[in-house]
Write a protein that binds this ligand. Sequence first.
Ligand code: CO
Length: 177
Amino acid sequence: MEVLELRIYPNSCLRVRAKSVDEFQGDLKDTLQLMADMMYATKGIGLAATQVGIGLSMFVIDAGEGLINFINPAILERSKKKSKMEEGCLSLPGVTVGVKRSEKVKVKAQNENGDFFEREFSGLTARAIQHECDHLCGRLIIDYLNPVRHFMVAANLPTLKQKRISTTCEVACSVGK
Ligand code: CO
């Protein structure tokens, strides 16, 4: 069975700057489906390709509004109004960090067919979008900690074992590998 492997900090894939997706054929839809399956299986609200070792600019989100695929996303506008909330990350099990983020964002992205869309998001979805866009730049929530706390948290994390989470699909996933 083909599986996606969730990369846990300090796996180097989490620091990769994702490349843009140019091909909307082949395994892309299957890969997005596998990512969504993993997100739901792990009770996450978002998952970026870099978290499963795929260095492509895409993520899936379902923060209560249904599943949305974001490919080659760009945040066009961020509201000045920000709020702080404790965030977790599937790649940093057991860690939460209070992160200040814009309450609304305007995003341009492509869907799984390559069609462009431009939409405004707010609330938890807006927060998740900013979190996942961070992933595509190799940025993690622990990077928002002050240096001392960052050191303390990071020093305790390498003991975490790589988690292998199999999804129910049996589709080959070779995009970006
Ligand atoms: Co994350």
